[in-house]
Design a protein around this ligand. Structure first.
Ligand code: BGC
Length: 846
């Protein structure tokens, strides 16, 4: 244990100011003479990535993305997942896990909607509290992020959020409050954006008044990466640590601010002590981060991530089809002759979202592989076919290893690192890359200077078909590339040594526009490629992406429809990929990319036995899911469900598991219906930062649809089970309670009886609906819920507890939570859809 007082006494002012800034991308600086070790952090939140990036990352467990965990509605499951991630963090020698992400789904198009749990503050808060407590049991700190209102990727570093106090308290702060008060979080990450004019990292009201003084937080606050701008504001606000290196704000600038008297040394001592406290909590002086990261692929952990994926899989529709005389799902194996799998996402592993939440997972299964293998053992006479049907790539596709050859004829490409931005410098490391995408974030082979290096990439691409192939390249730095087919002149794909190509949204805005060139290729005859590339940004972020688009048959779409018609069952996998949905930018539309909507309609029309699997991390437009004549009868989504996504989806499709999820967010019919869309894009003025007004106030998500009478495509809370259950009459512990006695809670008991021959998953949801509130309130707010799996022929009783928090609202006049006496209905329902209420119990709060 570090003796905090002694350590503080032995550090000079300069040392202290240096300690509160990063030494690398993921570590703080050690002061061995003061007994202070390095503190290592890792992303988060859907696995523990460790210090490597991309193909250089140490493989680890990838659990379902936040939205999929949100769809489980199960805090106990989140505790299991948190426990697993705590174990993983210890294996990866990390003391701090950068997560969970608890921003709300303010819009369906946020680039990080997939990473956050829900549109609902209580669901998010309960799940976060369970996750946090479980991670920390392993002596690993969390940083609940991004504090607060980082709900868009548009101008995320500069945007100034303008939100009313009640909405801030009742919605956006609430998951953080629960993670701190109930979960006991040891860390918080400040957001990139501003709130009321000040950057979150320099916002004293957030970091001290609310977080520490009101909520009693006693941990450390880390800036989001590069998200702190000015030492005086940050130190006085209570920002404990600037990340990552190189030091830009704390360090010498902070020491100078102390010398000037703008920050007191006592304040700096407070920041240092925040950091030493977290080091002690995480036993940083006993757990050295210099030990190698460890990868353990444990079958028990795989089973847990699979269970989690199933628990978050939402069956959106499953109609009874007359021609089949049953619902489409699950697919019966009896007499199953053939299945056609359709869609580009069936053959990629799109099980996690892009950006900082991604890692190298154990296993890269595709749905096509998982289904083919399972049917081979379970139903050997069933044939499985595949048709892409459409393409959805925005850029030329990254190339698979088996289509690449090094100059020595091995799979992959030759990669020569040079220790200079001069790409013609002598080779420092001669190696092979198995992917045509290279990404670095401060982490390069040890001998290579992560801030200034270059690379030469060479080898060839082996075409599988004849015809024009489009070769593309996207780079964050200077680049030149040629492609050559033997016997032809080399084709220049790009020649940009001075980085004149305009930057775009690729690679967080560091990437240039894609450059392309066409070569005429013959199947089997190599296209030689030669690339020279160097880094540019001084923050260690660098990437090179090489892609090849092969020609498609003219009837790609029609072939899929014909195959669907001939098969017993068609499984269409639609979705996004990380060119459309990722950290770094918001989507411009909720529509599926490419001709995927048309594809679903054509396949569903060709075969009534069609299942649509939606593989997207946030809502998409699904006009074909409305029950109309050209509708798909069975629609299921597991969002981005982690490393076991494919196996879990096959479990559900074949009926080995019940789809256990309920939507944690409302699916609008059209993006234009959504409450925050009109003011999603910030307002720009000549002076001052872009401003984003949260004009919808308290009415985000389902609350808006109830108030406006607009029907969403699918309501918050919606989800079907293969089994069915009868909900009995609700019993209530009291119908008249004084405000003071509310803390003891009101308990509702709901008997649930399975009346089918399959397991039934139920999520009994309890909404509070104030009858005549003295201030404007949403029609109903989720305050309690219970999930149960009921076996055929059995009954259970679930209980829902409503305490003071279930009735309170934020009183702006007193600046505190308050419960207004009066009547409230407790609504028991399977979703937020006002049309499907089970019961309503009136309570008089006196
Ligand atoms: C993200 C954080 C992440 C950090 C480190 C930032 O861009 O906003 O969520 O933890 O990078 O990767």
């Amino acid at each position: 244990m570090i003796d905090i007082d002694a350590a503080l006494a032995s550090l000079s002012l300069d040392d202290k100011c240096r300690l509160v800034a990063g030494e690398t991308n993921w570590r703080t600086k050690a002061f061995p003479e003061a007994g202070i070790p390095q503190l290592k952090m890792s992303d988060g939140p859907t696995g523990v990535r460790g210090e490597g990036h991309g193909s250089a990352g140490t493989p680890g467990v990838a659990v379902p993305a936040g939205i999929a965990l949100g769809a489980s509605w199960d805090p106990d499951l989140l505790a299991d997942i948190g426990g697993l991630l705590g174990t993983e963090a210890v294996r990866k020698r990390a003391h701090v896990l950068l997560g969970p992400t608890v921003n709300l789904h303010r819009t369906p198009v946020g680039g990080r909607t997939f990473e956050c749990y829900s549109e609902d503050p209580e669901l998010s808060g309960a799940l976060a509290a369970a996750y946090v407590g479980a991670v920390q049991k392993h002596g690993v700190a969390v940083t609940v992020k991004h504090f607060v209102c980082n709900d868009t990727e548009i101008d995320r570093m500069t945007v100034d959020v303008d939100v009313d106090e009640r909405a801030l308290r009742e919605l956006y702060l609430r998951p953080f409050e629960r993670a701190v008060k109930e979960g006991g979080a040891w860390g918080i990450m400040s957001a990139y954006n501003r709130l009321d004019g000040d950057h979150a990292a320099e916002n004293r009201r957030l970091l001290t008044d609310i977080l520490r003084d009101e909520w009693g937080f006693d941990g450390f606050v880390v800036s989001d990466w590069f998200g702190v701008h000015e030492p005086v504001g940050a130190a006085n606000a209570g920002l404990s640590l600037e990340m990552p290196a190189p030091v830009r704000v704390y360090g010498q600038r902070l020491a100078d601010a102390v010398e000037r008297g703008d920050v007191t040394e006592e304040t700096v001592d407070g920041l240092v002590s925040d950091l030493l406290v977290v080091m002690n909590r995480t036993l940083a002086d006993e757990r050295s981060c210099d030990e190698p990261e460890e990868s353990i692929d444990d079958p028990v952990e795989r089973a847990l991530t699979r269970r989690a994926a199933i628990a978050g899989t939402v069956l959106l529709r499953n109609d009874h089809v007359d021609a089949l005389d049953r619902p489409v799902l699950p697919i019966p194996l009896d007499g199953l002759g053939s299945v056609t799998v359709i869609g580009p996402n069936a053959v990629i592993d799109r099980s996690m979202g892009g950006g900082s939440a991604s890692l190298t997972p154990f296993g890269h299964r595709t749905l096509l592989d998982a289904l083919t293998d399972r049917l081979a053992t379970r139903s050997p006479s069933t044939t499985v076919g595949y048709e892409p049907g459409v393409r959805i790539d925005r850029l030329t596709p990254i190339v698979r290893r088996n289509q690449l050859r090094t100059p020595d004829g091995e799979p992959g490409l030759r990669l020569e690192y040079v220790n200079s931005r001069d790409w013609d410098a002598p080779t420092a490391i001669d190696t092979t890359t198995t992917s045509s995408m290279l990404r670095f974030f401060g982490t390069t082979p040890e001998e290579i200077d992560a801030l200034a290096f270059g690379a030469r990439v060479s080898g060839s691409f082996i075409p599988e078909v004849d015809g024009p192939h489009v070769i593309g390249v996207v780079s964050t730095g200077p680049v030149t590339m040629t492609a050559t087919v033997e016997g032809q002149h080399p084709v220049v794909v790009v020649d940009d040594p001075d980085m004149r190509i305009p930057r775009t949204r690729e690679f967080f805005g560091y990437g240039g526009e894609e450059s392309t060139a066409v070569v005429d290729a013959v199947a089997g005859e190599p296209i030689a490629i030669s690339v020279k590339w160097a880094t540019a940004a001084d923050n260690g972020f660098a990437a090179l992406r090489i892609g090849v688009r092969s020609p498609d048959p003219a009837d790609l779409f029609e072939q899929a429809v014909v195959a669907a018609q001939a098969a017993d069952v068609a499984v269409v996998v639609v979705g996004t990929n990380d060119e459309w949905e990722t950290e770094g930018f918001d989507r411009e539309t909720m529509d599926l990319p490419g001709r995927q909507n048309e594809l679903v309609e054509a396949v569903a029309a060709a075969n009534p036995n069609t299942v649509v699997v939606v593989n997207a991390g946030s809502p998409v437009t699904m006009d074909w899911a409305d029950g109309g004549p050209e509708s798909a009868s069975a629609v299921v989504t597991s969002f981005f469900a982690g490393q076991e996504q494919a196996e879990a989806m096959v479990d559900v499709l074949l009926g080995d598991a019940d789809p256990g999820g309920r939507l944690p967010t409302t699916y609008p019919a059209r993006l234009a219906d959504h409450p925050a869309i009109d003011n999603h894009t910030p307002t720009y003025t000549e002076s001052g930062p872009p401003s984003q007004r949260y004009a919808e106030g308290l009415f985000i998500g389902h609350r808006h649809y109830e108030r406006s009478g607009i029907s969403p495509r699918f309501w918050f809370g919606h989800g079907l089970s293969y089994g069915s259950a009868e909900w009995g009459s609700v019993e209530v512990s009291a119908t008249e309670v004084s405000v003071d006695a509310l803390e003891g809670g009101i308990t509702l008991t709901v008997p649930v009886t399975n009346d089918s021959d399959r397991d039934a998953t139920v999520v009994v949801q309890g909404y509070v609906a104030p009858v005549a509130p003295p201030v404007e309130r949403p029609d109903r707010e989720l305050k309690a819920w219970a999930k149960a799996v009921v076996a055929p022929g059995t009954s259970t009783a679930v209980t829902l507890d409503f305490g003071t928090d279930a009735f309170h609202h934020w009183d702006e006049s007193t600046g505190a939570w308050t419960v207004a006496p009066g009547e409230y209905d407790l609504v028991i329902a399977p979703s937020a859809d006002p049309g499907v209420e089970h019961d309503r119990i009136r309570i008089n709060v006196t």
